[in-house]
Design a binder for this molecule. Structure first.
Ligand code: MV4
Length: 463
């Protein structure tokens, strides 16, 4: 099927993919920008090709240069990792037309699931619970007002093309809806070139719970349970864990079935993640589907003792998945901390620079995915995540203890990182109790004084 894989990415995920390829007996090609000459993915791949200057648009995001690198090295498949071109349907299509296997879903699947309104419509058809709201795009304010009256406030307007929270407004009454509708539309038009909006009931104080799924090219589908990603700040996840503190075996079975039904309706190929909001009464609502291997995939790998990247590649090779769903039960409580080169005290500003010293924790149940080393200089052009600490133990309580010790052992000198912030979170009584939701970091942690006086009702709707 294929014997040489070009990895169209950098950093820890490029290394992760190279390791999986080696275990499968596949040759590897690294591509790199001029800023990444000393990067480990270049060192560990069988071959490497410089594809341009540091700016992502002129290197890792430049389709033509990546296809050219695949052609000169005679690679037969491309793994996009996450970010960059991973969810670019046009890129997946170009790969196909150049006879390169795109390791991921079909272009059509990426396109359909990337359209928020289309994805929601597909899920509704598949019987997956979706948040009450508009049936598709709401083009004028009067229509939005009518729908909001029907479902009740608070509501949230969302950009069809949205992402990262842009083009989103929570509205608690008609007046806020009027302002929010126009603000969100303008913002979405400017940010995405598409001002289209849809409307939903605003779910108060939910958890972000996502399900890992996989589908092969023979009609087999499996899920590997959930990851709770509610510990986030400005839509950047900081901690992910499984099991979710709110999960029960019955809820996991029902949400897992829903996630699989959602994947089945498009005949999904490869690894994917179905995101849900889960409210305090354990109602769950489809949010969106990610059509890539995700940053936090190791949480699932450690808890379920699987290799998702190898499975993803095997599926692309046309192999049959031989799991039985009833065997896929979480064996470990697993927690991931994203370690970013950022100055927490300066609004999480990125802190590129030289790592003068680096000591990573170890021992049983401690995994660190990274591509940095002592003496490495973090370039300023890419994202600031430098390592992922993944810890597993038999219970959540033991995993919390082990993570605290691992964080104490984690030494980075030369640039400020998020390690001290993680140490603080792991001392917080509410986090320790599993008593958190998506608003935890922004409203209940540290400087959690409300900006202005709020009624009880208002305080509950803020995120
Ligand atoms: C919501 C919501 C509450 N109710 N939808 C934020 C990102 C985007 N993909 C969906 N988002 C949300 N949609 C309804 N109907 C709250 C959020 C939300 C959120 C979701 C997951 C993780 C963090 C979040 C932070 C703020 C808002």
């Amino acid at each position: 099927m294929f014997d040489k894989v070009l990895i169209a990415n950098r950093g820890e995920i490029a290394l992760r993919i190279i390791r999986a390829c080696k275990e499968l007996g596949l040759k590897t090609v690294a591509v790199y920008s001029e800023a990444d000459r000393d990067a480990l993915h270049v060192r560990f791949a069988d071959e490497d090709v410089c594809i341009g200057p540091p700016q992502p648009g002129l290197s890792y995001l430049d389709t033509k240069r990546i296809i050219a690198a695949a052609e000169v090295t005679n690679a037969s498949a491309i793994h996009p990792g996450y970010g960059f071109l991973a969810e670019n349907a046009d890129f997946a299509e170009i790969c196909e037309s150049c006879d390169l296997v795109f390791i991921g879903p079909t272009p059509d699947q990426i396109r359909q699931l990337g359209d928020k309104v289309k994805a929601k419509e597909l899920m509704r058809k598949a019987g997956v619970p979706v948040t009450p709201g508009s049936d598709g795009i709401v083009s004028i304010f009067d229509e939005a007002a009518e729908i909001a009256k029907g479902i009740g406030y608070p509501v949230i307007v969302k950009a069809v093309a949205g992402g990262g929270g842009k083009g989103m407004r929570v509205c608690r009454d008609l007046a806020e809806l009027e302002r929010g509708f126009h603000l969100a539309s303008t913002e979405a038009g400017n940010a995405f070139g598409n001002p289209d909006l849809y409307l939903e009931k605003f779910i108060i104080g939910p958890h972000h719970v996502e399900f890992q799924i996989i589908g092969d090219q023979h009609g087999n589908f499996f899920h590997f349970g959930e990851r709770d990603c509610s510990i986030q700040r400005r839509h950047q996840k900081l901690i992910e864990e499984t099991p979710s503190p709110l999960m029960t075996p019955d809820l996991r079975r029902r949400m897992g079935e829903a996630a699989i039904n959602g994947a089945k309706i498009v005949g999904y190929r490869g690894v994917g993640t179905v995101e849900f909001l889960v409210d305090a009464d354990l109602n769950f609502f489809f949010m969106e589907m990610n059509t890539r291997i995700q940053v936090e995939h190791p949480v699932t790998e450690e808890a379920y003792e699987v290799d998702l990247v190898k499975d993803q590649i095997r599926v692309a090779m046309g192999e049959n998945l031989s799991y039985r769903q009833e065997d896929l039960i979480p064996k470990w409580a697993t927690i991931e901390c994203r370690i970013n080169a950022e100055d927490v005290e300066k609004d999480f500003r990125p802190t590129p620079g030289r790592l003068d010293a680096l000591h990573v924790p170890g021992g049983p149940g401690v995994r660190v995915d990274r591509a940095v080393y002592t003496g490495y200089t973090i370039p300023p052009y890419y994202d600031s995540m430098i390592a992922k600490l993944i810890v597993r133990a038999r219970t959540r309580e033991q995993a919390l203890i082990k993570t605290r010790h691992a964080l104490e052992e984690f030494i980075v000198e030369g640039v400020p990182t998020t390690i001290p912030f993680h140490r603080e979170i792991f001392q917080h009584p509410d986090f320790i109790a599993g008593n958190y939701d998506i608003a935890f970091l922004e409203t209940r942690f540290r400087n959690s004084e409300p900006e202005k006086p709020k009624t009880v009702d208002e305080a509950k709707t803020s995120t």
